[in-house]
Write a protein that binds this ligand. Structure first.
Ligand SMILES: Nc1ncnc2c1ncn2[C@@H]1O[C@H](COP(=O)(O)OP(=O)(O)OP(=O)(O)O)[C@@H](O)[C@H]1O
Ligand SMILES: [Mg+2]
Length: 336
């Protein structure tokens, strides 16, 4: 688990001016979860990762990894705790003159691990990331996605509890991105990893993350569970994460609704049909998250004569559907 409390980071320019890069960041990444950090270029995402990886010293605040405050450590204690955190960055930063095997072995050699143990560990890591056949290859002979896998294997060499991935899928084609996402999800299970995934790709967040934090100018301006955000049409993140895809159709009354955390009656559309109310789906984004259907939908309803708006609103509620603006539906009755 990573717990960040009131973290700030400032740089001073050569003229002595203060530049606040991270401003009072508090964030918890639970054990075994994947939390994404998104935001525009320059928002402070990498600076946050560097602070957690102890590559930069925070100006204020605390960072606890597995309950230990890293900001207070130094010397041997710091070196030991640093091993709890593995990181992988966009350009995997592999040593070009060393083979894949040697790149992954490096952190173990620095640590003075005995050769036969290095051998078995590196072989196992190579297998984990699906590159056993590339052990003797040099980085330049690998694709971007494969290099990224080597970077991930190296980051895991010291058996960390936390993996920081800063733009680990940037610049990869969709297929390579998919396989890195699948790998991270599998490694999270296999090594019980806590993963912080820094990315500017919303698709990656949608597919991989449990929770997401949105950083703007060094502040977290929104945070939520991905499954929950999907059902919140007003949230900044939801509109970026799950844009509604309009279908070419338009019918008399448009209604926006969302699937609440109640179990929604699965055949509600055909039930309305039986009452003579036909439903057209104009746009929808629904997903099965942990066995529960969540998301949003915009529908057009063509009511039959004698359509009872109050009854309609009541039924939807009973079926577990939340109308975004019930009053606008109810006012139809009066207008009609
Ligand atoms: N060592 C430094 N000294 C001064 N300013 C810095 C330093 N490192 C980063 N910054 C500034 O901090 C801000 C945030 O940088 P950071 O690299 O964290 O952004 P980012 O969100 O990762 O952006 P990107 O999406 O482009 O990677 C930028 O304005 C950058 O210029
Ligand atoms: Mg960055």
């Amino acid at each position: 688990m990573i717990t960040i409390e009131h973290l700030s980071k400032e740089y001073r320019s050569t003229q002595g001016q203060r530049h606040v890069i991270l401003d009072d960041i508090s964030l918890t990444v639970p054990s075994g979860s994947i939390t994404a950090v998104v935001g525009a270029s320059g928002a402070g995402k990498s600076t946050l990762a560097k602070c957690i990886a102890l590559l930069e010293k925070p100006s204020h605040g605390q960072i606890l990894v597995e309950g230990i405050d890293l900001t207070t450590l130094s010397g041997e204690a710091l070196r030991r705790q640093r091993r709890l955190i593995g990181s992988v960055f966009q350009s995997a930063a592999l040593l070009q003159r060393k083979t894949v095997w040697e790149n992954i072995a490096l952190p173990l050699q620095w640590l003075g691990v005995v050769p036969h143990q290095i051998l078995s560990q590196v072989n196992q890591l190579l297998e984990s990331v699906g590159l056993s056949d590339k052990a003797k290859a040099y980085p330049a002979q690998l694709s971007g996605g494969q290099q990224q896998r080597v970077g991930i294997a190296r980051a895991l060499a010291l058996n960390p509890k936390v993996l920081l991935a800063d733009e680990a899928t940037s610049g990869l084609d969709p297929e390579a991105t998919q396989s890195i996402i699948a790998l991270l999800k599998r490694l999270r299970e296999e090594y019980r990893l806590t993963i912080m995934l820094i990315t500017h790709e919303m698709e990656v967040v949608r597919q991989a993350a449990d929770a997401v934090a949105y950083i703007e100018q060094g502040k977290i301006i929104q945070f939520g569970q991905v499954g929950h955000l999907l059902g919140c049409p007003d949230s900044l993140l939801a509109s970026q994460l799950f844009p509604l895809n309009p279908l070419p159709s338009s019918k008399p009354i448009e209604v926006s609704l969302r699937y609440t955390d109640k179990v929604v009656t699965f055949d509600w559309i055909s039930r309305l049909g039986q009452q003579g109310i036909s439903v057209d789906i104009l746009a929808a984004h629904l997903e099965n998250i942990a066995g529960c259907l969540v998301g949003r939908m915009r529908i057009a309803i063509s009511p039959s004569i004698g359509f009872d708006t109050e009854e309609f609103v009541r039924q939807l509620k009973e079926w577990g559907l939340h109308l975004d603006n019930p009053l606008s539906v109810l006012s139809l009755q009066e207008a009609g």
